[in-house]
Design a binder for this molecule. Sequence first.
Ligand code: NAP
Ligand code: F7E
Length: 330
Amino acid sequence: MTSVDRSAFITGITGQDGAYLAQLLLAKGYKVYGLSPRRSNSDINLARLEWLGIARDVELLDGDMTDLSSLIRALQTANPTEVYNLAAQSFVKTSWDQPLLTGQVTGLGAANLLEAVRLIKPDARFYQASTSEMYGLIQEPMQSETTPFYPRSPYAVAKLYAHWLTVNYRESFGLFACSGILFNHESPLRGLEFVTRKVTDGVARIKLGLAKELRLGNIDAKRDWGHARDYVEAMWLMLQQETADDFVIATGRTTTVRDMCKIAFEAAGLAIDEHLVIDPAFFRPAEVEVLLGNPSKAHQKLGWEATTSLETMIREMYEADLARLRQLNH
Ligand code: NAP
Ligand code: F7E
């Protein structure tokens, strides 16, 4: 198949991963379609695609993960060779406040899309955005594809449903359906509510005299953080294999929120103790205390490994926030 024959349909194309994945696939010569749910502020919604300079290079198709008929129509129009399901209500804390919406978009939304693929384009290769949150209350110190799951939030429960449904459609209907169990990955395009971006944006504000303090919740939590640009490459690699399979994508290093913060404060030349405030409002009803992924299978079978250190990534995010805030406040 030549590159011009290859086309991709991405749900969640306006999100962090969707934007980087669209950029990667365009560079490989794909025709890229994206699902676009109705929003009142479509200009703001395209901000990530604009930031990467590709907003005009992708074709957006109206539709919503909760509306099966819209997914069927979008697939009929796109007729893609690859389908990437990245759409979700993806903020864990919100999932306790909106558990039903999270279930409908993040869980049943994946069922809608799998059904649409099965009906309209069963030979398309399918990628499901699964998550390390499914390990939750960890059952092994280092989590791999064989580690049992123990979800700790409505988000993780919804993702577990979508994960097993992906496996089930592969086994039941022979779909080329893969699940990438991705550990946390970040970038300057990360939503402001997630902890890394909240920290780099907050530190940049303090540096510019726009804020005095940074308020966080559980800074003892540990995460295995990588860069989104590296992780979308793994999504694509999974769909290029001879057989469909599931893969853990991680760095193999875990760091506390506190130590991640220190990197950002050091980049700004600021003293963390003078600005960091612990605020119980940011604690969660149930916490995932520690995550550490084992990416050996992805390394062996996909030839994939993370290339960006946490230090490099946090500095990149801090510099991007500093530049953005300087421009906004000029
Ligand atoms: P994100 O920035 O929150 O993007 C989520 C995307 O889903 C947005 O484009 C959003 O559209 C779209 N969406 C939300 N509700 C929708 C609906 N009802 N119908 C259609 N689209 C809808 O998430 P991300 O960080 O890029 O993550 C991508 C995927 O990977 C998500 O499924 C996430 O759960 C999963 N994941 C992420 C990580 C991570 O560390 N980033 C790790 C593991 C798995 P709007 O912009 O219009 O709201
Ligand atoms: O929290 C702690 C918080 O919101 C990380 C999503 O992409 O990755 C993400 O989920 C940790 C948690 O990401 C604050 O309690 C402390 O322990 O950045 P986060 P997450 O919950 O790990 C997974 C893999 C996904 O799949 C999700 O979609 O940081 N933390 N203080 C805080 N977190 C936030 N957001 N804000 C704080 O003030």
